[in-house]
Write a protein that binds this ligand. Structure first.
Ligand SMILES: [Zn+2]
Length: 681
C-alpha cells in the first residue's frame, strides 16, 4: 500500500473509532490500540504533510497557530427567531398558523439551548467550513476550532453537499469543573462556549468540554417532507440530536411519521402543547445544560417554504422564551480580592436582592475590562442575573449614579501590601510573593475541603493564626505547637485536640490532593490526576523531568498543552517551591501515589460474568470498571450471552441493554455498582 493510501485509510479508521467512542459510547478497540493508530498517523502526516487530510482526526487536538476568522457568506438563510414570552401568545401563534393552512399540520418542539449557534457546511460529505451566525448574512469562519469538537463528524457517508445548523454548548457540571481549574474565571457556560469559538488557538479549544447538538439539516436533494425524518437522517449520519423533543399533530395517523428509532420523542395532540411547555418550564433546572426557552417549529418542509420569512425571522417557527432570572439593585461598592497567585478580582457589593429564590449580595466583576465594558461605578442601578443558577452576574447598568457617574477605576497598588499592580492579559496581578493576602489565601487553599480537608482550620482560624504570626507558610501548619493556643481566648482543650487530629488525618490524603493543595498556578486536581495516570506517580519523578526541562514529557499528556507543560517546569524548578516540598516531606505527606492492591483477598464477584455498556462518570475509560470487577474475582466479557450474569450500564447504553433484558441478566447502574464496590471492600 502506498503512503497516501495508508494515510487515508488510517484517517477514516480513526474517525470511525472516534464516532464509536464519543457518540455511540461503544468502542471496538482498546484505548491503547487507538493511540497506536493515532501516533502512526501523526508520524506519517509529519513526514508527508502533502498527503495529510484536511479533516484528519489529528485535527481534533487543535493547533498552536493563531486562527484568523475570515468573514464568509452564508449559503443558507440564518435568521434569528421571533419570540413569545407568554403561553397565551404562543397558543395564539399556533392557532393562527393552523387556521391559515389548508392542510393539517404537525409541530415539533425542541429545547432552545443557551449556547452558541453554528452552521456547518459539508462538501461531498466532508466538513468544509463552520461559520458563526454573524449578522445572518455573513459569519466568521471558525472551522479550525470546530474540528476539535469530537461530536462533530468530519466525514459522513452522505456523499453530497449539505448544511447543518446546531448549538455548541457546555454542560453545567463540566463547566463547574472546568471553571474551577481556572479559579472561576468564566461567568457562565454560554459565555465560555461562545468565547471558545473565537479562541485564537484551536489547541486551547480542544481542551474545553464543548458539546454539539444538531437541530436543522439542509440537503440539496430533498428526500423527505418532514423535519423529524431529517433529524433521523442526521442521527444516522453520526450527528448528535437532542433526545428531548416533542411531536404534536391533530391527526393521529400523522404520529406514525415519528419512526421507532426515536423512542424518546414525546408524542401528542396539538392541544397538548401548552401542558408540555408548562412541564418543561418546571423541569428546566434539572437538565445538565442551560435552556433559555423552547422552539416550536412546523414539521412539514413544504409548508415552511410556502410561509417563508420576514426580513428578520422565519414565519414557520417561534421561540418561547422563559422568564430570565434577572433583578434590579444598586451597586454599593466594588472591592478587590487578591488570590493566592496574585490575581486581582473586583467584586461587586450589592444592595441585597432576591433572584431565583436566593438572596444575592455579591457578584464577581472578573477584571477591569469587564467593568469598563459595563461602564460600571458605585451608586449605579444595575440588573443582576443568575443564569442557570450558577454565579450571579452584573448584566448591565440601568441608570448611572447621579452623584457619581464616573466609571470605577482600579487602584494602582495592592490594597493589602501596597505593591504596584501589574496588568497581564485581561487581569491585574499583585506580584509580591510576600503579600500577606496572597500568603493567607494559599493557606486557606491548602486546608480547604477539596485539598487537604483540614476542616478545623476554617478561614477565620487561619486568619487568626496568620495574624498572630503562628502560621505564616504552609509547613507551619504541621510545625506549629498547637498547645500554645490553649492560652488564647476561644481555644479550649477539645478544640485544640480536634485541630491536631484533623492535621494528622490530612497526612493520609492521597498524592493528587497534596499536589493540588500546593496551590501552583494551573495545577488543580484534574491536572494532578492526569499527571499520576500518565506515570508521574511520585513528586520525585515530576521534579526529575522538570529539572531536565523535558517539556514534551508533559505536553504529550492528553489535555495538556505547551502552556501547562511550561508552567509545570517553572513550578518544579523554582527553588522556593522545591524548598516547600522538602519541608512538607518531613511531615510525611503523601508524595507518592499508593497503588491499590492488584487483587483483593476476598472475591465477592467470583463466578460472575459481567458485560459493560455505555459511558461512566467514575470510570473513564471504562476498562477501569472492568479492572474493579476482575480484582474482585469476576470475569468481564464484551458480548452478552446466556452465561452473562450482570450488565453494568452507563449513560448512552445501547443495544446491549435490550439484549440483557431479554436474557434476564441483572442490570446494574453506575450508582449501584459503586455501592457494590464499597460493600465488598
Ligand atoms: Zn499584594
Amino acid at each position: 500500500m502506498n503512503i497516501k493510501q495508508r494515510i487515508e485509510n488510517l484517517s477514516k479508521e480513526l474517525l470511525r473509532h472516534q464516532y464509536l467512542y464519543y457518540i455511540k459510547a461503544e468502542p471496538e478497540i482498546s484505548d491503547k490500540e487507538y493511540d497506536r493508530l493515532f501516533d502512526e498517523l501523526v508520524a506519517l502526516e509529519k513526514k508527508y504533510p502533502e498527503y495529510a487530510f484536511k479533516n484528519s482526526p489529528t485535527k481534533r487536538v487543535g493547533s498552536d497557530l493563531d486562527n484568523v476568522f475570515a468573514e464568509k457568506k452564508h449559503e443558507i438563510p440564518v435568521l434569528s427567531l421571533d419570540k413569545e414570552y407568554t403561553l397565551q401568545g404562543l397558543t395564539k401563534w399556533v392557532k393562527k398558523i393552523i387556521s391559515n393552512s389548508e392542510r393539517e399540520l404537525s409541530f415539533v418542539v425542541e429545547e432552545k439551548i443557551d449556547g452558541a449557534s453554528i452552521v456547518l457546511y459539508y462538501k461531498n460529505g466532508v466538513l468544509d467550513s463552520a461559520l458563526t451566525r454573524g449578522n445572518g448574512m455573513f459569519g466568521n469562519d471558525v472551522t479550525e476550532n470546530i474540528r476539535t469538537i469530537k461530536q462533530i463528524p468530519l466525514i459522513t457517508e452522505e456523499k453530497s453537499d449539505f448544511a447543518v445548523r446546531g448549538e455548541i454548548f457546555i454542560n453545567k457540571s463540566d463547566f463547574l469543573k472546568y471553571n474551577k481549574s481556572f479559579e472561576n474565571k468564566y461567568s457562565n457556560p454560554r459565555n465560555l462556549a461562545a468565547g471558545s469559538l473565537r479562541n485564537l488557538k484551536s489547541s486551547v479549544v480542544a481542551k474545553i468540554p464543548l458539546n454539539f447538538l444538531a437541530y436543522e439539516g439542509f440537503f440539496k436533494n430533498q428526500f423527505c417532507n418532514n423535519h423529524i425524518l431529517i433529524l433521523l437522517k442526521l442521527k444516522h449520519m453520526g450527528f448528535c440530536i437532542n433526545k428531548n423533543i416533542a411531536f404534536f399533530s391533530s391527526n393521529v395517523k400523522d404520529i406514525s411519521v415519528v419512526p421507532n428509532e426515536f423512542p424518546e420523542i414525546i408524542k401528542g395532540k396539538i392541544k397538548d402543547i401548552s401542558a408540555y411547555i408548562e412541564g418543561k418550564i418546571k423541569g428546566r433546572n434539572k437538565l445538565d445544560y442551560e435552556i433559555d426557552g423552547l422552539v416550536v417549529k412546523i414539521n412539514e418542509i413544504d409548508i415552511r417554504e410556502n410561509l417563508g420569512h420576514t426580513s428578520h425571522h422565519p414565519r414557520w417557527e417561534i421561540a418561547f422564551k422563559f422568564d430570565s432570572p434577572i433583578a434590579q439593585t444598586v451597586l454599593k461598592n466594588i472591592v478587590i480580592q487578591v488570590g493566592r497567585n496574585g490575581r486581582v478580582t473586583p467584586v461587586a457589593i450589592l444592595e441585597p436582592v432576591k433572584i431565583a429564590g436566593s438572596v444575592v449580595s455579591r457578584a464577581t466583576l472578573h477584571n477591569q475590562e469587564y467593568i469598563e465594558i459595563l461602564e460600571l461605578g458605585p451608586g449605579d442601578l444595575v440588573s443582576i442575573s443568575k443564569r442557570g443558577d450558577i454565579i450571579p452576574a452584573v448584566e448591565e447598568v440601568i441608570e448611572k449614579s447621579y452623584e457619581n457617574p464616573a466609571v470605577y477605576k482600579f487602584q494602582e497598588n495592592c490594597p493589602f501590601c501596597g505593591s504596584r499592580l501589574i496588568k497581564q492579559g485581561a487581569h491585574h496581578f499583585c506580584k509580591n510573593k510576600k503579600c500577606p493576602e496572597r500568603m493567607k489565601r494559599s493557606l486557606i487553599h491548602f486546608v480547604s475541603k477539596d485539598q487537604m480537608d483540614i476542616d478545623t482550620l476554617g478561614e477565620k482560624t487561619i486568619k487568626f493564626l496568620f495574624e498572630r504570626g503562628f502560621v505564616k507558610i504552609i509547613p507551619d501548619i504541621y510545625k506549629f505547637n498547637y498547645d500554645l493556643l490553649l492560652k488564647e481566648e476561644g481555644f479550649k482543650e477539645k478544640r485544640v485536640d480536634n485541630i491536631k487530629k484533623s492535621i494528622d488525618k490530612s497526612k493520609s490524603r492521597p498524592f493528587k490532593k497534596v499536589l493540588a493543595a500546593l496551590g501552583f498556578d494551573g495545577l488543580g486536581t484534574s491536572v494532578a490526576s492526569e499527571l499520576i495516570k500518565n506515570g508521574f506517580n511520585s513528586i520525585d519523578k515530576i521534579i526529575e523531568i522538570a529539572s531536565k526541562g523535558e517539556k514534551e514529557e508533559f505536553s504529550k499528556i492528553e489535555g495538556f498543552g505547551t502552556i501547562t507543560a511550561e508552567l509545570l517546569i517553572e513550578h518544579f524548578t523554582d527553588n522556593k517551591n522545591l524548598e516547600l516540598i522538602r519541608e512538607l516531606k518531613k511531615w510525611e505527606l503523601n508524595f507518592k501515589e499508593k497503588i491499590e492492591s492488584e487483587t483483593l483477598k476476598i472475591k465477592p464477584f467470583e463466578n460472575q460474568i459481567w458485560a459493560i455498556t455505555g459511558s461512566f462518570k467514575n470510570f473513564k475509560p471504562r476498562s477501569k470498571a472492568a479492572e474493579k470487577i476482575e480484582q474482585r474475582g469476576g470475569k468481564v466479557n464484551n458480548t452478552i450471552s446466556s452465561k452473562t450474569t450482570h450488565l453494568l450500564t452507563g449513560s448512552l447504553s445501547g443495544s446491549k441493554l435490550e439484549r440483557a433484558r431479554n436474557l434476564n441478566v441483572k442490570i446494574v447502574n453506575e450508582k449501584e455498582f459503586l455501592d457494590m464496590l464499597n460493600l465488598s471492600l
